[in-house]
Design a protein around this ligand. Sequence first.
Ligand SMILES: Cc1cc2nc3c(=O)[nH]c(=O)nc-3n(C[C@H](O)[C@H](O)[C@H](O)COP(=O)(O)OP(=O)(O)OC[C@H]3O[C@@H](n4cnc5c(N)ncnc54)[C@H](O)[C@@H]3O)c2cc1C
Length: 319
Amino acid sequence: MKVTSLSTDQYLDLKRQFQLHKLPFKEDVDLSIHCSFKIGGVCPVVAEPESTEQILETLAIFQKLEIPWKILGGGTNVLISDHPNDLVVVRLSGAFKHFVELEEGVFKIGAATNTTPVFRQISLFGYTGAEFLSTIPGWTGGAVIQNAGCYGGELFDLLTEVEFLRDGEIFRLGPADIKHGYRTTEFLERKDSIILSIKMKLVKGTLSEIEESLKDKRDRRNSSQPKNKRSAGSMFKNPKIFDESQKEIKAWQLIDKSGLRGLYKGSAQISPEHCNFIVNTGGAKASDVAYLVEVVQEKVKKDSGVLLEREVEYFGSVP
Ligand SMILES: Cc1cc2nc3c(=O)[nH]c(=O)nc-3n(C[C@H](O)[C@H](O)[C@H](O)COP(=O)(O)OP(=O)(O)OC[C@H]3O[C@@H](n4cnc5c(N)ncnc54)[C@H](O)[C@@H]3O)c2cc1C
């Protein structure tokens, strides 16, 4: 794929505008430290707006200078380009990193909060129902985008409101007014909204039972996932197909059937423990992972007639 890098002049113009408007940004950011794969190159400019006003000003500058941009959350569902110099990355900061209990059991949670500590803390306040969210890595905004879930629960079961920015306007909608389904939402389809915060109402439970539930979910997670944490979770969606006895056939079973478990390219490997995960064994490139993705798609299609759809998003140009 041809990569159209932004020119030095474009980045200089952008930095000048950010400085003029006193907008927070960082230069030459190694994106590999901001994602769970620990893969990705250096992005010349990363915008870090701390309020909705700053987001609007930042977007206006992008529009004026015709600069493509993309928002990054916790980086746990993306494979970041080895050369992310064809876009500017936005990472929410400041006010978006906080959560607050507005009234008994009603929480407002910023999009840039880290899900694991936030939902663990809320659970340990004695509220029940959100324990499962404490085992999903990433940030709250990213969890909204794909209606993250596990162990029979999903984020949209608990939400009472999503606050988001679209076409320069702020919307506050309840889950019934937002298209969503299993691991998908209209935000994922449209890609034109910035999630700012969510509201959620939880009920009180028994602390000892909540602690037990947190431990149970953490144990299940630890026993079912590769020990190597440098991955983006499941690489492919389950294809929703069934065997003769109507049992669901999972993506990992098709990959296993094609004999691809443990396959290496460079330092990227199809996990020997959970073959729907691709892991970075140290120093892997995005191009190595992309190569393995192609091998899986081609071989599984040839052997089982199924084209596995990628779950992890390519961020910037990945070959
Ligand atoms: C080990 C492991 C286990 C996992 N297990 C699960 C699981 O059990 N269940 C599950 O659902 N997922 C799971 N995931 C996937 C991932 O954790 C979730 O999808 C997570 O919610 C993504 O959040 P993030 O902040 O990391 O998003 P990112 O990876 O940063 O971004 C993902 C997408 O969301 C967009 N985005 C991020 N923030 C915003 C925002 N504020 N506004 C608009 N767009 C935004 C990005 O542009 C990108 O398109 C797992 C991942 C790993 C690494």
